[in-house]
Design a protein around this ligand. Structure first.
Ligand SMILES: NC(=O)c1ccc[n+]([C@@H]2O[C@H](COP(=O)([O-])OP(=O)(O)OC[C@H]3O[C@@H](n4cnc5c(N)ncnc54)[C@H](O)[C@@H]3O)[C@@H](O)[C@H]2O)c1
Length: 252
């Protein structure tokens, strides 16, 4: 099966660093899509890498919690690369760790605003063009913390469960118009951000409880994202696709 995204423009939020967003951008770009990155910090390192690989790309600095800035950023992207048909809602705050009583209301609010409302803001900004085109792919980065819960991760977990509701509802709202919406639930993926709060002893323990005995690489997720963004995945919608090496299987 050959995936060809030529003629499509993909928007990836949170692709500035060396994390999943960058891997997604490269994979979608190599499949032929034009790539736009939207991040709260400068993403020119990622766009330079994309251009080195012959991929048409641009980036805009934007805080996804600011609805007006998001609308403005999306219209700038449209002027440069054309209307967006593929949206990867990847930007998130991942580092809120602590039991319920230790997570301040301010942190809760920030996590909900970025991870959940921010994803809705970006989706709202691209949705009318997808409806008009009669084709669209919307993906939300959830997590097994969203499907299974996670001790010490109440706010993160709640927002990652929230985007599953968004994906399912949008699948129903856009299905007749050729738009699919899905959520992806990875286990641990080896990114710099994940490495900052998973200590080596925790990592070893978690790997032992995982069928493959390994964590995902960013490319594992990017390959799945590329498939779900393609025409070939047109009948998959409203789903949560777990990609965790079997970490969520029952072990004893
Ligand atoms: N790494 C993992 O183990 C793992 C596991 C499951 C799910 N995920 C999900 O995958 C996604 C990417 O994770 P990652 O490890 O690559 O993280 P990352 O920290 O590398 O990427 C997150 C990006 O979001 C951007 N961002 C944060 N707040 C923003 C805002 N307000 N506006 C715009 N951009 C903002 C950051 O600048 C950063 O570039 C996240 O949604 C995360 O929840 C990651």
């Amino acid at each position: 099966m050959k995936i060809n995204l030529t003629g499509k423009t993909a928007l990836i939020t949170g692709g500035a660093g060396d994390g999943l967003g960058r891997a997604d951008a490269l994979a979608l770009g190599k499949a032929g899509a034009k790539i736009a990155i939207l991040d709260i910090v400068d993403a020119s390192e990622t766009t330079a890498l994309l251009k080195e690989n012959g991929i048409e790309a641009c980036s805009v600095i934007c805080d996804i919690t600011n609805e007006n800035d998001v609308m403005e950023a999306v219209s700038k992207i449209k002027e440069t690369l054309g209307a967006i048909q593929i949206l990867i809602n990847n930007a998130s705050i991942l580092d809120t760790v602590g039991f319920l009583g230790d997570i301040s209301p301010a942190k809760w609010k920030r996590d909900v605003e970025v991870n959940l409302i921010g994803s809705a803001n970006v989706t709202r900004a691209v949705w009318p063009d997808m409806l008009e085109a009669g084709w669209g792919r919307v993906l939300f980065m959830s997590s097994i913390a969203g499907t299974l819960g996670g001790a010490g991760q109440t706010s993160y977990s709640a927002t990652k469960a929230g985007v599953i509701g968004l994906a399912k509802s949008l699948a129903l709202e856009g299905g007749k118009q050729g738009i699919t919406a899905n959520a992806i639930a990875p286990g641990v993926v080896e990114t710099k951000t994940a490495g900052e709060f998973i200590r080596p002893d925790m990592a070893e323990r978690m790997k032992k409880q995982t069928a493959t005995r390994s964590f995902a690489k960013p490319d594992d997720i990017a390959n799945l994202i590329t498939f779900l963004s393609s025409e070939q995945a047109r009948h998959i919608t409203g789903q949560v696709i777990t990609i965790d090496g079997g970490a969520s299987l029952f072990t004893f």
